[in-house]
Design a binder for this molecule. Structure first.
Ligand code: PMV
Length: 322
């Protein structure tokens, strides 16, 4: 039977992927660095069969429309080419986090799909190749393949653009508290953000800052230096949103609560609570702290006006077969 199930984590980028050098194969302009999230997982079963007449994609027990299935079907086509078969497939995917929580599930979904699909077909594939395959579905998905903390090497072409693990999950007792401040469906996908990023006059400036930021994040991870990590990821997240807000057309991802929490973190830090933010393409925040302070910081965030809920994550493993 050509069937397999895989599980893969979402990841939070400390250094972001923003803008695409080649949008057909999701090649980035820069290397990026992330941490896998152990509580934001997608479990996906893929079955290829001669008895299936049409590709069907189910997410959280709902069948996706043909239009919403396009990116998944494109990925299935790539898998079919690897094994030279033309069987149609059924894909059943479940997210461990609520789909209305405003957390991007594309990284965990496309990483789980790549691994389950390759395993179902019995194709022998190395971890780097699997990361490349996941990248074709959604760029950031390539970082959900290896374990723990990973770096996506931008590469020059399809085969050289993949993520590798920098450290295993137990390297550093970090926490990412995902703070949900809106559960509305996003108006602007990350794809529209990538597409317009280069139109911002600040785009080039960010690229110039990145070699320094990347070496700071690597130094911070090596030395387990939270203030250095925190200051660098905040600078990087602000830059991404400045680019989004100054792109043509401009994109505003934050809401009022996002801004209030950013301001509040500074006060908490001066009272000894070391918590720093980063934000992806939406209004929800990722608050990075150490596990020894996570309870008290989480309580403050949960009580903060406008916060809907929080999800506590620790560094997680990469994609695996179950
Ligand atoms: O993989 P995509 O196309 O969903 O892009 C991800 C973009 C960010 O989440 C904002 C940054 C990142 O590197 O994860």
């Amino acid at each position: 039977m050509l069937k397999a199930t895989a599980i893969a984590p979402a990841n939070i980028a400390f250094i972001k992927y923003w803008g695409q050098k080649d949008k057909d194969i999701n090649l980035p302009f820069n290397n990026s660095i992330s941490m896998n999230l152990d509580k934001c997982l997608t479990t996906t079963t893929v079955e290829f069969s001669k008895d299936i007449t049409k590709d069907v994609v189910m997410v959280n027990n709902k069948t996706l429309s043909d239009n919403d299935s396009l990116r998944v079907i494109k990925q299935l086509d790539t898998l079919r080419k690897l094994d030279k078969i033309n069987f149609k497939a059924q894909v059943v995917s479940i997210n461990s986090f609520p789909s209305d929580a405003g957390i991007a599930s594309s990284a965990s979904s496309f990483a789980a799909l790549a691994l389950a699909g390759a395993k179902a077909l019995g194709v022998k594939i190395k971890i780097n190749e699997l990361s490349c395959l996941a990248r074709l579905g959604s760029g950031s998905a390539c970082r959900s393949i290896p374990d723990g903390f990973g770096e996506w090497h931008k590469g020059k072409n399809h085969t050289s653009s993949y993520a590798r693990s920098l450290y295993r999950p137990d390297w550093w007792d970090l926490t990412d508290i995902v703070v949900i401040v809106s559960n509305e469906k996003k108006k602007y996908s990350s794809l529209s953000g990538h597409a317009s990023a280069e139109s911002s006059p600040y785009f080039i400036n960010r690229l110039k800052q990145l070699p320094r930021r990347i070496s700071q994040v690597k130094k911070a991870l090596k030395e387990k230096n939270l203030p250095l990590l925190g200051e660098t990821i905040e600078e990087e997240a602000i830059d991404l949103h400045v680019i989004a807000m100054t792109s043509k057309p401009p994109i505003f991802y934050w809401n009022g609560t996002t801004m209030e929490i950013i301001k509040q973190l500074k006060n908490w830090r001066s009272s000894g609570l070391l918590a720093y933010f980063t934000i992806d393409a939406g209004p929800n925040l990722h608050i990075i702290c150490e596990q020894k302070q996570e309870k008290i910081i989480n309580k403050k965030l949960k009580d903060f006006p406008g916060v809907i809920k929080t999800i506590i994550n620790h560094p997680g493993k990469g994609a695996r077969i179950i």
